[in-house]
Design a protein. Structure first.
Length: 823
């Protein structure tokens, strides 16, 4: 019986232990699951602070300015006492990276509150959702970590930034300097501080102890209330020697009687109590947080890892405050190290490793970068962002996307707003061409008519590779370097039903030549007079089919000139050549004028690529037809092949014909005019007054223009003024300081000149016309362009040649008959 009882008792005992063990195990698992659920409910934000040193000039003493900026972070910490869950701050340089990033991780429930607080304390700052966590760990290397405790009781204060800041050096620079020693690939370093607010009752209880000490109660009696007793007393005695105490406190009451002094002496705290009061007040006058401080380093070798960790840990030592308190760095090994790395990765708060710090102490060992942090690796906010307007269009082509506080919104522009034109500016490689390509591709796929003028040639070919099969028949690829079947383009050709076009052509030609050669310095009114009258003579009857090659013949071939004059119906032109020109020869011979004229035209008319195109009396392309029937005209004017002068002249002549075709639309009802989009890249090369003159009226002709170039002074002042006076939408990628000052006036107060010079590539600022009114400016990011199909480029070029080109043999036959030479 006893054996049975013993067996039952043993079994029950064992079962009890098993139940207890399982209970503890279950509780532990539930707690871990709860911690994981909490961790997964956190949001990691990259904090981008503007570099205020670039935008603000301070006359304040550097030391005071540093203290002021760090205290701003301290004040921000004070607002975190209202959050429900721990807040995590991190400074990290990933194992593959070149910048030091500042992060904050918060619970979703505290997210909006914290984001607003950051915006409030750092105007213009950005908090960006980090969807994929950064990684400091080298997967093929070693990782070490440490956490920080305090050597003495956590109510004893450390040194702070207000005590150790010197001249123009922020103490936090010592931490940031450790990152400079890392290799950009294979070595990572992260610094993590987790803050959990403590109840203000903790501060209150400390002040109650202070009050009791001031009232004369003994230290042992007061401290027993919070469990310090003799332990705390011994710590105080160890810290403060009698000599230090007597030197630190020697109150003099010379004006009082000995009896009064005796009474006050009895009520006055003893030296050890007085010092304790000062220490407690120093700690408790500011909000308190339980704090986990962790440092993690990773490298290809263990010794390197040790070096990185030691360099960072040493930065903490400047805040040691002997004999009051000091940091105690602990490096766990093996399983404890794994546990620490695990808790770091999941950002778990560990109460056993926590220390109590006030906001001043925390701001000393961590704060967001300030203007005096000159470390080149710091990731600053390069340029500000702004939310899109609430009435952002939901129709129209896509320009890109706006990203603001992690929220992405597609940016579109309506058809009617595009009729007020678009101006795009930005330095080389910043994203202008990407934007244009994306717009052109959408227009083509939407069945629109477009013209793209490319002075480089590569973009023109890329656009060809983006054209869908259903639009192949609409393509006209104008490439002067393809001489197999040159396209015919006679700039002197015009519709005799519209004689005013003749004047537009002549005025444009004279202006174009004047732009290229600066005729005000080399030729002046006399050159213009002769050139104008020679063109008027050649163009008197459009059926004659004369070309630019015939201009020099007016001067050198007397019979040719006389034949023209005999049929010319324009009396002032006849009078000029019969009466004025002979008289002028007394001062300037015809030979000299021939030299002047031919020297300006020959680089263009004798170009082996250009001559086969402009010598044809009948144009094989009709820009009125191109516009009205929504054709795709792509001009490859590669300066590398054509030469700068020929490329620019050809581009301006093409634009002239497009403008004339647009004016000709005045004869048809406005409702029947189809939109046509003219894209001019490197606008400065093709800017002339003809463009400026049509800007205000182009809208009614449905010619919608997009201008893109690099900087404002490239374009003559009168033309750029006309552009800014008429364009509805302005987009600026990164630009130089001078242009930034100019555009700041149009984008202020949302963006400043410092934003314009710092905005990253493929990002821009936009003032978007919405329903006829300019919107509040906001930021725009271009979308990655689609990859062109290179296989169709040669096919489309050949298709254009067959449809619009003239066999070289026919051109040679014509030239031999008319001029006596061939190509």
């Amino acid at each position: 019986m006893n054996e049975i009882n013993y067996f039952l008792l043993s079994s029950l005992t064992t079962l009890g232990f098993v139940i207890i063990f399982l209970s503890f195990w279950l509780i532990k698992k539930i707690a871990e699951k709860k911690k994981l659920n909490l961790a997964f409910n956190y949001v990691l934000l990259l904090v981008e602070i503007p570099n205020y040193s670039l935008t603000q000039i301070s006359s304040q003493e550097p030391k005071l300015k540093i203290i002021e900026e760090v205290s701003n972070f301290e004040n921000f910490l004070s607002t975190l006492t209202k959050v429900k869950y721990p807040v995590i701050f991190e400074v990290a340089l990933p194992h593959v990276g070149e910048e030091i990033f500042f992060f904050i991780a918060v619970s979703r429930k505290d997210l909006e509150y914290v984001k607003k607080a950051i915006k409030s304390f750092w105007p213009g700052s950005e908090t960006i959702f980090y969807k994929t966590d950064y990684n400091v760990f080298n997967p093929d290397g070693y990782s070490l970590a440490s956490y920080v405790k305090l050597k003495n009781h956590y109510y004893m204060p450390l040194k702070t930034y207000t005590q150790i800041t010197q001249s123009n050096i922020d103490p936090f620079d010592a931490f940031l300097g450790a990152y400079n020693k890392l290799s950009r690939i294979g070595e990572g370093l992260a610094y993590q501080i987790i803050l959990q607010p403590v109840s203000s009752s903790v501060n209150k209880s400390i002040f109650e102890k202070v009050k009791a000490l001031r009232e004369g109660k003994k230290l042992e009696e007061v401290m027993k209330g919070i469990g310090w007793g003799e332990t705390f007393k011994e710590a105080i005695k160890t810290i403060f020697s009698p000599k230090a105490v007597s030197e630190s406190l020697s109150p003099l009451y010379s004006s009082k009687s000995s009896e009064e002094k005796k009474q006050e002496e009895q009520l006055k705290p003893k030296p050890i109590e007085e010092i304790t009061i000062k220490l407690l007040e120093q700690k408790a006058t500011k909000p308190l947080f339980k704090s986990n401080i962790r440092i993690v380093a990773s490298s290809t070798e263990e010794l390197s890892c040790e070096r990185i960790l030691t360099a960072f840990e040493s930065a903490l030592m400047q805040f040691n405050n002997p004999p009051f308190n000091e940091f105690n760095v602990i490096r766990p090994k093996k399983n404890k190290l794994k546990k620490l790395l695990y808790e770091f990765s999941f950002r778990f708060f560990n109460d056993k490793e926590a220390i109590l710090l006030n906001t001043e102490e925390i701001a000393s060992i961590f704060h967001f970068p300030i203007s005096y942090n000159k470390n080149p690796l710091i990731h600053w906010l390069k340029a500000r962002s702004a939310p899109p307007p609430p009435n952002l269009p939901r129709e129209g082509i896509i320009l890109g996307k706006n990203t603001y506080e992690g929220i992405e919104t597609l940016v579109r522009i309506k058809r009617d707003d595009r009729r007020r034109h678009m101006y795009v500016i930005g330095q080389t490689g910043t994203g202008k061409t990407t934007l244009l390509k994306n717009m052109v591709e959408q227009d083509i796929k939407n069945g629109e008519g477009i013209c793209f003028i490319d002075p480089h040639g590569d973009v023109a070919q890329e656009i060809l590779g983006l054209i869908p099969k259903e639009r192949f028949e609409d393509v006209i690829y104008f490439n002067p370097t393809d001489t197999r079947r040159p396209i015919g383009f006679n700039i002197l050709e015009y519709d005799k039903r519209r004689p005013e076009d003749k004047t537009r052509i002549i005025n444009s030609l004279i202006e174009i030549i004047g732009k290229i050669y600066n005729l005000e310095m080399t030729g002046g009114p006399l050159f213009e007079q002769y050139l104008r009258n020679s063109l008027l003579l050649l163009m008197d009857n459009p059926e004659w089919g004369h070309t630019l090659l015939d201009v020099s013949r007016v001067f050198v071939d007397n019979k040719f000139r006389e034949d023209l004059l005999s049929e010319c119906k324009n009396y002032p032109v006849v009078e000029f050549w019969r009466e004025q020109a002979p008289r002028a020869q007394r001062e300037l011979s015809m030979d000299e004028m021939i030299t002047w004229i031919t020297s300006k035209l020959n680089p263009f008319t004798t170009n082996d690529y250009i001559r086969p195109i402009i010598c044809q009396p009948k144009s094989t392309i009709d820009f009125r037809n191109i516009m009205d029937n929504k054709k795709i005209f792509i001009a490859n004017l590669s300066k590398g092949f054509l030469g700068d002068t020929s490329a620019y002249i050809m581009g301006m002549l093409l634009i002239t014909k497009i403008l004339i075709a647009a004016f000709a639309r005045g004869e048809m009802p406005e409702s029947e005019r189809k939109d046509f989009y003219l894209y001019i890249d490197e606008f400065q090369n093709f800017a002339f007054k003809g463009v400026a003159s049509i800007l205000a009226e182009a809208r009614k002709y449905r010619l919608n223009m997009v201008f893109a170039h690099q900087y404002i002074k490239q374009v003559p002042e009168d033309i750029i003024n006309a552009v800014f006076g008429n364009v509805g939408t302005i987009i600026s990628f990164r630009i130089g300081p001078e242009d930034a000052e100019f555009l700041e006036k149009k984008f202020a107060p949302t963006f400043s000149k410092f934003d314009f010079v710092n905005i990253p590539n493929y990002n821009a600022y936009i003032s978007l016309l919405i329903d006829g009114y300019p919107s509040r400016p906001f930021n725009l990011q271009t979308l990655p362009p689609n990859k062109p199909n290179t296989e169709i480029i040669s096919y489309l070029a050949e298709l254009t040649n067959l449809k619009y080109g003239t066999p070289k043999e026919e051109i040679n036959k014509f030239l031999e008959e008319k001029y006596g030479y061939v190509l």
